[in-house]
Design a protein. Sequence first.
Length: 233
Amino acid sequence: MENPALAQLKIEQPPATLREIVQEKMRDAIISGLFSPGERLVERPLCDQLGVSRTVIRETIRYLEAEGLVEILPNRGPIVAQLSWDDARQIYEIRRMLETEAAMACARSGSARLHGDLRLALAALKQASAQNTADALPGALFKASTRFYQVIFEAAGHHIAWEVVNRLNGRISRLRAMTLSASEREQPGLLHMQRICDAIVAGDAEAARCAVVAHLADASAVAERLLSVEGKG
């Protein structure tokens, strides 16, 4: 028989390994643009900058390659992956299909627990956005964005869809870095996410679908303009 008093010993979140810490730092640096698209990722300087071994750097580069953030080129080695408009367009289309279904399922569920979790996730996202500055890596902001969508997908029971989104998450975060606070957006990104939350809490599946579609249409229009300019540079 288990001793209930020992429940407090359970480790809810294991400490991150060195490799995980390095992955997070390099991912944030790529997403924020500290490492530019096409820039070579040279092992020795990275070892010196991060204070880790070549083995850790090589493992990290392989991991980021799997996320689509790094490319390995013949005779050049690893570089920060270029993100084309065609890539972005496909990502937004996948997101539209998966996120609309998940948001509509959540709106129909009427779960009080979901409503509380979603409001908390939105509040955390607003706080992270308010604390984000041009001088800081935006890791907290993108983690909060990811958490907002995780609440929706998990509450909808769309676990396979969430696995697909997670595989694209590095590239999704790069697009968010470009579009979330862009001045040319029709509506601020946080306002779109507030409307998604409000529609789900109100139990209005059609409004939830429309809010997701409007959010992604706005973001994709900005991404198309920005990536088209980059492609001409």
